[in-house]
Design a protein around this ligand. Structure first.
Ligand code: VGL
Ligand code: ZN
Length: 194
């Protein structure tokens, strides 16, 4: 597709804690980091807008097992685990969207309690491309909200990886995104200039 400044790439939560070695490490997370980084750099070179979401929890967040939540401590504000993967290499001008910063509220979607939609609308963005971590939590919720907010939404299916608490969760999430009206594509297809 021809990328213009009306296109946005949303790099979802490519943070150390969601990659191998992290507290909630997802299989294949390192490869996703390299692929999304390369995609983001090409996207920016072509004039597209790049956004990166960052799970950003205070210590004692309600989603942590110590508080009765589902997850080990992860992406604690200012920790190494919350930092973007060292090989991501986001281009200059990337806009970072932090989420999940309230102690008593979770936010899987980058659109929750953030100005992501306002920034996209202000920039006249009509198409969004989404990849990153994890398919079955933050990617699916961000994609469903993108469609609901009126964007033509493409999922970079070769640049996502799932937690898979239950086997097949990642595949079910991809199917759910399609059912909601998102289009599954690949990084190669999205960047092919034809
Ligand atoms: C995520 C679990 C907990 C994600 C965030 O980014 O997919 N998953 N917090
Ligand atoms: Zn989280």
């Amino acid at each position: 597709m021809r990328i213009t400044n009306l296109d946005a790439l949303i790099v979802v939560d490519v943070q150390n804690d969601f990659c191998p070695g992290g507290s909630l490490g997802v299989t294949g997370g390192d490869a996703v980091a390299r692929k999304m980084g390369a995609t983001a750099r090409t996207f920016a070179e072509r004039g597209g807008k790049v956004f990166a979401t960052q799970d950003w929890h205070p210590a004692g967040h309600l989603s942590f097992a110590t508080q009765g939540g589902q997850w080990p401590d992860h992406c604690v504000q200012d920790s190494h685990g919350a930092a973007f993967h060292a090989e991501l290499g986001l281009p200059e001008g990337t806009r970072v969207i932090r989420k999940g910063a309230s102690l008593d509220k979770d936010a899987y979607s980058g659109f929750i309690d953030s100005d992501l939609d306002a920034q996209l609308k202000a920039g006249g963005v009509t198409r969004v491309y989404v990849g990153g971590l994890a398919t079955d939590y933050c990617v699916v919720n961000t994609v469903v909200d993108a469609v609901a907010n009126g964007y033509e939404t493409y999922v970079l299916a070769d640049a996502v990886a799932a937690v898979n608490v239950e086997p097949g969760d990642g595949d079910r999430a991809l199917h759910l995104m399609e059912l909601n009206g998102a289009v599954l594509t690949t990084t190669e297809e999205a960047l092919a200039e034809e």
